[in-house]
Design a protein around this ligand. Sequence first.
Ligand SMILES: Nc1ccn([C@@H]2O[C@H](COP(=O)(O)OP(=O)(O)OP(=O)(O)O)[C@@H](O)[C@H]2O)c(=O)n1
Ligand SMILES: C[C@](O)(CO)[C@H](O)COP(=O)(O)O
Length: 233
Amino acid sequence: MRKEKFVSVIIAAAGKGKRMNSHINKQYLNIGEKPVLAHTIEVFNKCSFIDEIIVVTHPDEVAYCKEKVINFFGLEKVTKVVAGGKERQESIFNGLKAVYQKCDIVVIHDGARPFVREEYILKSIDEAIKHKAVGVGVPVKDTIKVVDEEKNIKNTLNRNVLWAIQTPQTFDYQLLLRAHKKAIEDGYLGTDDTVLVERLGEKVRMLMSSYDNIKITTPEDLYIGEAILRNRK
Ligand SMILES: Nc1ccn([C@@H]2O[C@H](COP(=O)(O)OP(=O)(O)OP(=O)(O)O)[C@@H](O)[C@H]2O)c(=O)n1
Ligand SMILES: C[C@](O)(CO)[C@H](O)COP(=O)(O)O
């Protein structure tokens, strides 16, 4: 069934990586012998059901990304590198406007999540063909508290229903485009894409992925990433 669908991937890599505190943007820092972003794109590039990859980078880094990542690592499925916006949501919207006009299914993935496994990409494409919207994630391991501005605990959430959502998040293209347009119309800014579809009142499926599908966010994630990579070899 997947083969009949045109599948585009949008890699969001236009953030500034402020929490990493590095003069080099975190996507271009090495884990093992390759930049974070090269690890991420390689997984999609190798995946036979992916037809095109659109990379969204910071406007100042388009040329750098092409030279140091796309061309250097021979990532031939990347058809376009486009400039992102100030917020992640804006960057994804720029990506949505750049995909092939006959795109059926769109997979959204963070450039900063280099340990995504092909298995979950394939499962999420299948699930999106059936259900139109799907995110991957993991049940939370910690007990989650709601804390106010004075650092007082207000209440404790029921962990049995809490999941941490990751990417890939995979959608029927027209549905996600509609969800983004509605968010723009309403002035709504979300921190992922599934929430935009939730706002339309549409069902979004959750697929179990793995705890090692981490997002490289703060400096300690780099040595956790080195350990994940060593463990995979
Ligand atoms: N305007 C933005 C902001 C974020 N992202 C991307 O969205 C992913 C998840 O965002 P996050 O980890 O928060 O990255 P940054 O925004 O770069 O991090 P920070 O908040 O520390 O600056 C990253 O791959 C990032 O490059 C993006 O494409 N466009
Ligand atoms: C989309 C996301 O990866 C889901 O966990 C995440 O929300 C994006 O990162 P941010 O740190 O919230 O910008």
